[in-house]
Design a protein around this ligand. Sequence first.
Ligand code: PSU
Ligand code: MN
Length: 314
Amino acid sequence: MIEISESPEVTEARAEGRPLVALESTIITHGMPYPQNIETARAVEDAVRETGAVPATMAVIDGRLRVGLDGPTLESFAQAEGVAKLSRADIAACIATGGSGATTVAATMIAARLAGIGVFATGGIGGVHRGAETSFDISADLQELAQTPVTVVAAGAKALLDLPKTYEVLETLGVPVIAYRSDTMPAFWSAGSDIPAPLRMETPVEIARAHAVRRAMGLPGGQLVANPIPAEDQIPAEELAPLIDRALQEAEDQGIAAKAVTPFLLDRIYHLTEGRSLTANIALVLNNARLAGAIARELGALPVGAAASGDESL
Ligand code: PSU
Ligand code: MN
């Protein structure tokens, strides 16, 4: 029914028992302009490799779920126009109809679970949009964290969202939100915020153990690891706030809705910051890839069975 094609690198990693890190593709097709998107995708894969783990960038191409993309495929994906943005609601339909599309956080988590990969790195998860009380725009990423057993390393939720509401929803859904070496939640382009971190951890091994213990307890769902952008790369929140407000106003004026909202806002903020938001976004994704690689290695080093996705034993 469903064909999963692994890249040779992923197959080899499995044969050698090396840890894998899932990566998403919507950040490439909808999150960053060309050519920075492809440069970043390659650099993120290399950052994972430098930790000793192996990257598996996910996408659907011609009806196949691809686990790991080779260089030319990654390049053509990065240049393609009008690629579908696949979340939980549309990934099966895309595969069934032989289509192609990029995977969001939610769809990448689904793909990672199918591929037996427990750790995933991205930039920032989707969440509760500002004005959600009238638009009802809440990313499917949050529900996915509640039900799919993958540890997602991100710089928190994207700061263009309603961050307090996003973390309230994650608490309601029972998703562990772990700030890495921080007492406050990171805010994507900014390292901190005034939102206290629900949980704080200091080392990749603690995060790996928490992942394994949840599985051993039979708790469904994953964990969000919120990894602050390095201080030297951040944009202060006060500086961004008026620009985010402006981008949000433009989205409202132009009637941008549904899946188009996040890509529109990221693009507007990129222009309003004269490219600085992209530089920061690239820095934080690389930082997340390195942490995810370290967590994947620790997960792989835990007693046999604890690391495998879907295995209830510890
Ligand atoms: N992280 C980034 N840039 C992005 C995304 C994450 O640094 O563009 C993508 C992810 O694929 C995430 C999506 O799932 O944005 C959120 O979209 P929405 O708000 O429509 O659920
Ligand atoms: Mn949405």
